[in-house]
Design a binder for this molecule. Structure first.
Ligand SMILES: *Cc1c(COP(=O)(O)O)cnc(C)c1O
Length: 427
């Protein structure tokens, strides 16, 4: 049954750690007493993120209002600077990325801009496995046009409840479709969609296409400009380790520069014109136009330090390690957890797999509680998924090995049975 014949020993894990070039980055993070496999929900704090937050606080303390334009990191230009620093992560030009808003707000902004129902082209394609906020936002955008979301929002069905087939999405791209918005990686099963193929298919049919990159940016390389993706948005608190509620990001392809965003505010203005305080908006001709108002500086600040590390290590390298970690985890599980009722829900091929392993089990809620008791932080997604995300910057192969051992012991000793079968408020 096992296609892998990797050694199951702890010493093999230690050997992999010894060969790992990225181990020095582990010391850059504040590790928890427990083993952290939840970096796809909230990345750990790094020392550099802490330092850059302190730097911004210090500039407020010492400069007051002048912090906007003076000091080490003038606040007024930080969203653009951070956009520039993020550009290589998504394969964009520096001016195509801006740090602003939040995932949900940015989706509203981009849908308000790029969803322009006309004639019989009125529909939006999404999927039935989308993160709820994406669906809610699209429903409200459709309503704002006086249309009925039940008719206009097409949610592509999954054939098996886990994956979405690209073929099914492409078949739904009819002449009634105005816009396609898809996740890069599905948040539950961790499936990575073929962004390039889907973008090409949409454009061949005269449809605009955008992506939610929450579960891939910082873990997987993207080539948005080359693929001509129209727009994308993502959060910076997952794989990018920007801290809870960190300000989000968006990308707009340069071919759309000069367009007036659906939602505008004084930060949509050309930067040198913004303080002219005119009532006629002179729209900025970069992704910066999609900003609304004053940036949440303290929620932007940690990104400065965090992105520095992403500049030192190319995203392709992080992806390579991430794939090795998840492959190793799956290989161990295949042997160690055989016959225990688990199903690996993520695609196993490298080209279709995101940054986390998605395990299904009917006792998933209780198993997650037992994992926490056993010193491992996983995350649970209703109704039956345990997500385990080893993160390239700070997870070791030894931790992956140990987490599988703990999971095995939990199952053998039925340690999950003492917990209540009910998820927490934040699961
Ligand atoms: C995490 C996540 C969000 C969260 O959106 P916020 O506006 O930051 O709360 C949205 N969509 C997806 C796919 C996510 O994974």
């Amino acid at each position: 049954m096992s296609q892998s014949s990797i050694p199951l020993t702890q010493s093999y894990a230690q050997q992999l750690d010894a060969q790992d070039e990225l181990t020095k980055y582990r010391e850059e993070f504040y590790l928890l007493p427990a083993m952290y496999l939840d970096g796809n929900s909230l990345g750990l704090m790094s020392k550099r993120a802490e330092k850059s937050l302190q730097d911004i606080m210090l500039s407020w303390k010492e400069l007051g209002i002048d912090g906007w334009t003076t000091g080490q990191h003038p606040w007024f230009f930080l969203p653009e600077k951070l956009g520039e620093m993020s550009a290589s992560l998504v394969g964009a030009e520096p001016e195509e990325v801006i740090v602003t808003g939040s995932t949900t707000v940015n989706l509203h902004q981009l849908a308000a801009t790029f969803y322009q129902p006309q004639g019989k082209r009125t529909k939006i394609i999404a999927t039935e496995l989308d993160f709820p906020t994406d669906i809610y936002a699209l429903q409200s955008q459709i309503k704002l046009h006086g249309l009925n979301p039940d008719e206009q929002l097409v949610r592509i069905a999954s054939r098996d409840g886990r994956l979405i087939e690209e073929d099914d999405i492409i078949s739904a791209m009819t002449e009634e479709v105005a816009l396609v918005i898809l996740p890069t990686v599905l948040y539950r099963s961790g499936q990575l969609l073929d962004i390039e193929r889907l973008t090409k298919a949409a454009h061949e049919r005269g449809i605009l296409i955008g992506f939610d990159g929450c579960h891939s940016v910082g873990a997987i390389p993207h080539y948005f400009s080359k693929w001509e993706v129209d727009f994308a948005y993502w959060c910076n608190y997952k794989y990018l380790n920007g801290g809870p509620g960190c300000v989000g990001s968006l990308y707009v392809n340069r071919k759309h520069f000069g367009r007036v965003p659906g939602l505008t505010g004084w930060y949509s203005s050309k930067k040198d014109k913004q303080f002219d305080m005119e009532h006629t908006l002179d729209v900025c001709e970069t992704a910066g136009a999609y900003q609304l108002g004053t940036p949440n500086m303290l929620s932007v600040a940690p990104l400065l330090g965090s992105l520095e590390m992403f500049q030192e290590v190319p995203i392709e390298k992080l992806r390579e390690k991430s794939l090795k970690l998840t492959r190793y985890m799956m290989d161990l599980m295949e042997v160690e957890l055989a016959g225990m009722g688990f199903t690996v829900a993520n695609p196993t091929e490298d080209e279709r797999r995101g940054g986390h392993v998605s395990l299904e089990h009917e006792e998933a809620v209780r198993i997650c509680k037992a994992l926490k008791e056993g010193g491992i932080i996983p995350d649970f997604r209703a109704p039956n998924i345990i997500r385990l995300a080893p993160v390239a910057f700070y997870t070791t192969y030894s931790e992956v090995w140990e987490s599988v051992q703990v999971l095995k012991a939990i199952m053998q000793e039925k340690r999950y049975e003492k917990f209540e079968n009910k998820r927490g408020v934040v699961a």
